[in-house]
Design a protein around this ligand. Structure first.
Ligand code: NAD
Ligand code: ZN
Length: 257
């Protein structure tokens, strides 16, 4: 392992060219260059007086559904107004290249912003749900939403029940299918990236443990050190957009010719 590798490394490029199965775990830092605040940064302005624990729980929603849905709606609108960045685009290109030569590509995200999908990623496992599906607490029917404002807070289902954001709150379980698929694939792939995640939020961070146990090549992309940095094969102290350089180096830069 290298503690600090600011530049791309050729062993990663070579593995990326040859890997049969690439798995990527992405976190909030992947969207930082799109201007989406991290959880703590989102508690600013009007929301500075709240603790996320006061808003991101089923109990908080039951106690004050208007307050909680207004906060999530503020985040939803913020995400909707942001655009995918070079890191998201690089992951789309990585997926295309790996699939084109018959390989498998799995993107597992903790992000709720849908920017991977908006960039064009085909197969995304969402571990923490999304701000763009709201579920009725009475009949469980989910509705896809875009950036349009709601008519009421909380928004209401056709059945009259209140809709809640389709995110996983503190104290709730992660979707089992996505979690176990993510863990299995992290443990059986031959190249694993962890990008823009603090590697401390479990059970998502367990994918990093599964990958290290499965012995693929492991790569972290993060400008800061995390508990995973000393355990991966390559710790790239860089922002997510460094992925574009890896993809260009592996598959050739787009040329004007
Ligand atoms: P985190 O906020 O705990 O950690 C973010 C990590 O990103 C940090 O380690 C930081 O050093 C790194 N980072 C900052 N800028 C970066 C950049 N430009 N490129 C690469 N890395 C960068 O995020 P987490 O590990 O995803 O866990 C936080 C929780 O909050 C998750 O549950 C997630 O669902 C939720 N969340 C999601 C979003 C989103 O959807 N965009 C935003 C905020 C929080
Ligand atoms: Zn309903």
């Amino acid at each position: 392992m290298n503690d600090r590798e600011p530049d791309i490394k050729w062993p990663i490029v070579e593995r990326l060219r040859a890997a049969n199965h690439v798995v990527v775990l992405s976190g909030a830092g992947t969207s930082a260059e799109s201007g989406i605040p991290t959880f703590r940064d989102a508690m600013t302005g009007l929301w500075a007086k709240f603790d996320p624990m006061q808003l991101a729980t089923p109990e908080a929603f039951a106690a004050d559904p208007e307050l909680v849905t207004r906060w999530y709606d503020w985040r939803r609108e913020k995400c909707w107004s942001c655009q995918p960045n070079a890191g998201h685009v690089a992951l789309v290109e990585m997926e295309k290249h790996v699939l084109a030569r018959g390989g498998k590509f799995t993107l597992v995200t903790q992000n709720v912003d849908r920017l991977h999908q908006r960039a064009g990623s085909q197969r995304v496992l969402e571990l923490h749900g999304t701000l763009f599906e709201w579920r009725c607490v009475s009949c469980s029917k989910s509705q896809d939403v875009g950036g349009e404002p709601f008519a009421s807070y909380p928004p209401l289902c056709d059945c009259g029940g209140a809709r809640r954001p389709g995110v996983v709150w503190f104290g709730e379980s992660l979707p089992m299918v996505q979690l176990s698929q993510g863990r299995n694939e992290a443990g059986s792939c031959d190249l694993f990236f962890t990008v823009g995640t603090s590697a401390v939020v479990y059970p998502a961070a367990g994918l990093i443990d599964a990958a290290i146990a499965g012995k693929p090549m492991t790569v972290e992309v993060n400008p800061d050190a995390t508990p995973a940095s000393s355990r991966v094969d390559h710790a790239l102290r860089a922002s997510a957009s460094v992925l574009q350089r890896l993809v260009d180096a592996a598959f050739g830069e787009p040329s004007d010719a």
